[in-house]
Design a protein around this ligand. Structure first.
Ligand code: NAP
Length: 293
């Protein structure tokens, strides 16, 4: 029996682990993928305080992970198959864990574009992580789809290793406005405004191009989809009321179920950033340690 089980080892979960561990609680952090979560997909993080030169997502993840372990959190690389919020029981392939409190920190995952060919060509030219897969397309022509910060980041990153990068955006303005536009104004980046992809086209099981709405096919070796993220809340669906798939919680990160907290990107909130995820984790842990006294 743990005091706290944290499901998810991104910045929210790891920070909750740091605070719970430091407070002397028996705390388990479960992570099915890589500790650090979405952070690990960023080649450079420029806006996390105290790293004025920027820091790679891998490095920041590793620092947070090490800190949580040093302060007493138990970290296990196990995916939560089921989470019973009433009995506070989490089942993984390796075992069943129980706790007095559960912190939901499963974060969010890249959203698919939802057009034909996407599932078939996923991993064969269609990717959701430029930092992970960009290296396979050195000196090739690739496309990034989206107009938010992820698309801008991916575009900048790929422009350094690919021959040409098309940035395909459905509107005539990037979410980050002029600042974002400046970052992608590069000699080998061409922006296709007001353009939508209708189909991922492949030959012999590999992506060869993008059919665009309104006609025409753009030949590319890879397409990086950056059209936002969806919350990883499938495991708690039906147990909690969700808003568009996100978990509502109050300022103390408490959900509608006593002893169940929601932190980070899966929570209903305005700003989903590493620093706000970390903040959520600290608040939930402080609430639990306050309650423990
Ligand atoms: P996002 O801000 O939600 O942007 C998604 C983009 O995809 C938007 O431009 C949107 O177009 C477009 N889009 C959505 N659905 C689409 C569809 N069906 N077809 C075509 N285009 C579609 O997502 P994000 O860029 O992943 O960013 C998520 C959060 O992480 C944001 O808060 C962002 O600031 C943050 N982030 C920060 C950094 C950093 O370094 N600080 C890096 C990456 C992400 P519209 O603009 O027309 O809606």
């Amino acid at each position: 029996m743990y005091d706290v089980i944290i499901v998810g080892g991104g910045p929210a979960g790891l920070t909750a682990g740091i605070y719970c561990g430091r407070a002397g609680l028996a705390v388990l952090v479960l992570e099915g993928g890589a500790f650090g979560g979405q952070m690990t997909l960023s080649s450079e993080i420029e806006n996390y305080p105290a790293f004025p030169q920027g820091i790679s997502g891998e490095e920041l993840s590793s620092l947070m992970r090490g800190q949580a372990e040093r302060l007493g959190a138990e970290l296990r690389r196990e995916k939560a198959k089921t989470i019973d919020l009433k009995t506070k029981t989490v089942v993984t392939r390796k075992g069943e864990y129980r706790a007095k409190n559960i912190i939901l920190a499963m974060g969010a995952s890249p959203r698919p574009l939802g057009v034909p060919g996407e599932n078939e060509l996923r991993g064969a030219g269609v990717s959701y992580c430029a930092v992970c897969d960009g290296g396979f397309f050195k000196n090739k022509t690739v496309a990034v789809i989206g107009g938010g910060d992820t698309a801008v980041h991916d575009c900048e990153y790929l422009s350094r290793i690919c021959e040409k990068v098309y940035l395909i955006h459905r509107r005539d303005r990037l979410r980050g406005g002029e600042g974002a536009l400046k970052r992608v104004t590069l000699p080998n980046v061409e922006i296709l405004w007001n353009t939508r992809v209708a189909e991922f086209v492949g030959e012999n099981g590999a992506l060869t191009g993008l059919r665009l709405e309104g006609g025409g096919t753009l030949p590319v070796s890879a397409a990086f989809v950056a059209v936002g993220t969806s919350p990883n809340t499938g495991a708690v669906e039906g147990q909690l009321e969700l808003q568009n798939g996100y978990v509502p919680a109050n300022e103390r990160m408490e959900t509608a179920i006593p002893g169940v907290y929601a932190v980070g990107d899966l929570r209903v909130k305005e700003l989903r950033q590493i620093v706000t995820a970390a903040s959520d984790g600290a608040v939930a842990a402080a609430c639990i340690t306050g309650c423990e006294k």
